[in-house]
Ligand binder design. Structure first.
Ligand code: HEC
Ligand code: HEC
Ligand code: HEC
Ligand code: HEC
Length: 139
């Protein structure tokens, strides 16, 4: 076998390996998430069905709009790093400096973006006012 053929083969094989890894990783990212945390003082509102994939695929949001790990005030999380649940850092009961409570973490993340989209005219239906656009009715 000549060298050129071997290097072409190596390139193809490397591509296959990367593709496989890519597919495996994608499978670990949930398409849809029902957010229903425990530990609040009161559980006043119903669960929130969140179309995860629609947000990063159809709405083309980068992961770091929502996922973060701060170091010296900067978000150092990057795609491929392990994803921690919001509740691992945001406590449902108490805030710790800039680390807001869990409810506020969700509300600030979800509603702030939606509100900006509507105010800037980029969307007419991104929900931020009506509770039932996100929260299911409590049974
Ligand atoms: C853009 C989506 C969105 C909208 C709109 C929204 N919320 Fe939420 N809210 C969430 C998410 C996500 C959580 C976290 C859910 C959980 O942990 O169960 C949450 C949690 C909460 C919680 C704490 C959990 C609980 O069940 O007690 C309360 C209280 C709450 N929201 C009240 C409201 C009220 C009142 C409104 C309307 C004025 C509202 N929310 C509108 C997304 C939203
Ligand atoms: C619009 C906000 C948003 C965007 C954009 C987003 N995510 Fe998420 N993601 C969430 C929320 C909210 C959860 C649920 C976290 C929880 O349950 O505490 C989640 C959960 C996950 C989980 C599951 C974590 C677990 O242990 O259950 C993975 C993996 C993940 N996201 C990866 C990604 C990747 C990779 C991207 C970019 C391609 C991305 N996310 C983009 C908001 C987002
Ligand atoms: C590894 C710990 C960690 C995880 C996991 C985490 N956060 Fe945070 N979050 C922080 C810290 C620390 C800050 C304060 C950052 C700063 O110094 O400004 C913060 C700040 C925020 C803020 C800004 C608050 C404000 O006042 O503007 C929002 C919103 C937020 N987080 C939402 C989320 C959501 C939603 C998730 C899950 C998808 C999440 N966080 C997961 C640690 C975390
Ligand atoms: C960085 C921006 C951003 C963040 C953060 C974000 N969203 Fe959205 N969301 C969007 C966009 C863009 C749309 C599409 C609006 C449209 O179609 O006009 C949307 C639409 C929605 C819709 C309406 C779906 C439909 O088509 O009827 C729901 C419900 C929703 N988001 C829930 C959430 C929840 C819950 C969170 C927080 C966990 C969240 N979003 C965080 C950008 C965001």
């Amino acid at each position: 076998m000549n060298k050129r053929f071997i290097s072409a083969l190596m390139i193809i094989l490397t591509g296959v390996v990367f593709l496989t890894v890519g597919v495996l990783t994608a499978a670990d990212i949930p398409d849809e998430i029902v957010i229903n945390e425990k530990g609040y003082k009161q559980d006043k509102k119903g669960p929130v069905k969140f179309m995860h994939k629609e947000h990063y695929e159809d709405h083309k949001l980068t992961c770091t709009e929502c996922h973060h790990v701060y170091k010296d005030g900067k978000n150092v999380w990057k795609q491929g790093d392990p994803v921690h649940k919001c509740g691992e850092c945001h406590d449902p009961l108490k805030k710790d400096g800039k680390v807001v409570t869990l409810k506020n973490a969700f509300h600030k993340n979800c509603k702030t973006c939606h509100k900006e989209l509507v105010k800037s005219g980029k969307s007419t239906k991104a929900p931020y006012k009506k509770c039932t656009k996100c929260h299911e009715k409590k049974s």
